[in-house]
Design a protein around this ligand. Structure first.
Ligand code: LMR
Length: 394
């Protein structure tokens, strides 16, 4: 039976890490997978998480199951963080999942369970795994224009024009902040206009928020999500704790599904529980428990907020320095967009050929679509990167 399996294409982000690891060059530079790195190239355990782990080690007396949808304390803490008071809590159903990817998968499974067969709309471009999951689940999907490859900013006209074609009940996936892969984000006015359009179309927003705190700040990055949550009768949110709590391998994510009223929410809740049971029963707990401890303890929270802010400001500074180094190299401001983008990524707008040249000739690894991880742009590498980018003709 297994001999009839077809080879699956390698994931183009994760596959890049394997290539990087196998490269023997000592001066190679990793700007690929979206993992935060400090100035020494390490991905540290955040201080507050480390402290929470110590406390948990002392205090935890059992490893028995939690609830099928994860721990209620985690749901509340995350709803406070992501949604604040934008929507009544009795309209939200929750489901803890293995990472943000698990949350995205579960939302789409929940949509399938409704029996409707809506088109799932994704930005063009989007995180590759969005499309891959929709394909895997056999769901119809479409793309809406999002990025202007010339200005390297949001193509808002194109976005509005394409989203004018959504049908009632279609699901529109929006990146809550720090768009992956482009780094170009909606401003507040644009969020408002998208909300108006989708409300008029009776579409259902689905927010993927994986980088809260990496863009403009914890509260600011939740602006779009909260705005929409306050307006729409139904909405989905997939939230990830991998990046902003630095707990990648713990696999900690959460679905928040907003229903029109509390009675429907109860049924939605039961369906989310069912989805977990069919896939793996109980969700992982360790990461969720640490996040809950950090968010609900004044001292741990302050420590986490401070470190997250350092991470954010560090990336912002790297953006400005790289844009400046490129200005010096090319004698123009055409890379100024790097300083305007927010979050972990920017899309350079290079061809795949140029990206390959950067890798083969200069040992600089970025994703094939010229997405670079700004956290990998450490001080001593800036000049090398800027020179190489210009040398390959970007
Ligand atoms: C990324 O986009 O690099 C991250 O979200 C990691 C991943 O799983 O692709």
């Amino acid at each position: 039976m297994l001999s009839s399996l077809k080879k699956q294409p390698a994931d183009r982000i994760i596959g890049l890490s394997a290539l990087y690891n196998a490269d023997p060059r000592s001066k190679k530079i990793d700007l690929g997978v979206g993992v935060y790195k400090d100035a020494n190239g390490n991905t540290p355990v955040m201080r507050a998480i480390k402290e929470a782990e110590k406390r948990l080690w002392d205090a935890e007396t059992t490893k028995t199951y939690t609830a099928m949808i994860g721990d209620g304390g985690f749901h509340t803490a995350m709803a406070d963080l992501v949604l604040s008071n934008s929507v009544d809590r009795d309209r939200i159903s929750f489901c803890a999942t293995p990472g943000g990817t698990g949350a995205i998968h579960h939302v789409l499974e929940l949509v399938k369970l409704t029996g409707a067969n809506p088109t799932i709309w994704f930005s063009d471009p989007t995180w590759g795994n969005h499309l891959s999951i929709a394909k895997h689940l056999g769901m119809p999907f479409a793309k809406y224009g999002y990025f202007d490859n010339y200005t390297r900013s949001v193509n808002f006209e194109g976005m509005i024009s394409d989203l004018s074609n959504v049908s009632k009940g279609d699901v529109v996936v929006l990146h809550g902040c720090c768009h992956n892969p482009t780094g170009a984000n909606l401003n507040k006015t644009q969020w408002g206009l998208i909300a108006d359009l989708l409300l008029e179309k009776e579409a259902i927003p689905f927010i993927d928020i994986a980088y809260q705190g990496f863009g403009e700040g914890l509260e600011e990055d939740a602006f779009g999500t909260r705005l929409l949550a306050g307006k729409f009768p139904e909405m989905f949110i997939a939230s990830s704790c991998s990046k902003n709590f630095g707990i990648y391998r713990e696999r900690c994510g959460l679905v928040m599904a907003i229903s029109a009223d509390p009675d429907t929410s109860e049924i939605t809740q039961g369906n989310l529980s069912y989805v977990n049971r069919q896939n793996f029963s109980f969700p992982p707990d360790h990461g969720a428990r640490l996040v809950t401890m950090v968010l609900t303890d004044t001292e741990l929270r302050a420590n986490w907020v401070a470190e997250l802010e350092d991470v954010r400001l560090g990336m912002l500074s790297a953006r400005k320095k790289l844009a400046e180094a490129l200005r010096v190299e090319c004698g123009s401001d055409r890379f100024g967009f790097l300083a305007e983008h927010r979050g972990m990524f920017s899309r350079l707008g290079a061809t795949e050929d140029q990206v390959n040249k950067l890798r083969d000739e200069y040992g600089i690894y970025m994703v094939f679509d010229s997405r670079l991880n700004i956290a990998g742009v450490t001080e001593e590498k800036i000049e090398t990167i800027a020179k190489a980018v210009i040398a390959v003709g970007i």
